[in-house]
Design a protein around this ligand. Structure first.
Ligand SMILES: Cc1cc2nc3c(=O)[nH]c(=O)nc-3n(C[C@H](O)[C@H](O)[C@H](O)COP(=O)(O)O)c2cc1C
Length: 167
């Protein structure tokens, strides 16, 4: 089973997670930014990663998610400045799941990714962004070693699931 890890990353956080996942895979594998992927034909499993922007999947990568072949085993990972597990962090993955509802999603992974202090500074006085700014202030230093270890563990679980499917 050939595995593809692909991602969108503007400031490097999601790429760090992508590389941790890629390094932990003991199969034939490739890693590419999603812009370089012209076809996913021939892969038995595809990991797709992206950051959360504006509480959603970045528009750039949405067509890629929508275009994933029907029933292709996929797994999503995303980074966000909001706290892991918080409602603000969940929206991105929920959007991804609805965009790719036709694919066979084996699992999802999220962790925090640091945001530039200037972004928080520019939003912190706006009441609608107060909660996000409070959460985003805890994103410094992420993804950290523990996040990357979790990502590797996630990848191992997804590979085990995909192998069972191949049966
Ligand atoms: C313009 C902009 C919008 C963002 N919007 C959100 C958001 O809605 N929710 C969130 O939790 N983080 C948000 N973030 C933080 C990023 O999702 C986070 O830093 C992520 O790890 C960036 O990933 P990257 O380095 O792979 O690009 C935003 C960051 C920027 C610069």
């Amino acid at each position: 089973m050939k595995v593809l890890v692909t991602y969108l990353s503007q400031t490097g956080n999601t790429e760090m997670v992508a590389r941790a996942i890629y390094d932990s895979i003991d199969r034939t594998k490739e890693i590419h930014p999603f812009q370089e992927v012209t076809s996913v034909e021939g892969y038995g499993l595809v990991f797709v990663g992206f950051p959360v922007y504006g509480n959603s999947v970045p528009p750039k990568i949405q067509p890629f998610l929508k275009g994933l072949p029907k029933h292709l085993p996929v797994a999503f990972f995303h980074t966000h400045a909001a706290l892991r597990g918080s409602e603000l962090a969940r929206t991105g993955i929920e959007n991804a799941l609805s965009l790719a509802s036709h694919a066979r999603v084996l699992g999802t992974f999220t962790c925090q990714g640091k945001v530039r202090p200037a972004v928080i500074e520019s939003l912190k006085d706006k009441p609608e962004h107060k909660k996000w700014c409070e959460e985003a202030m805890t994103s410094y230093g992420h993804p950290d070693a523990a996040d990357l270890a979790d990502a590797r563990e996630f990848a191992a679980g997804i590979l085990a699931k995909a192998t069972t499917l191949k049966g």
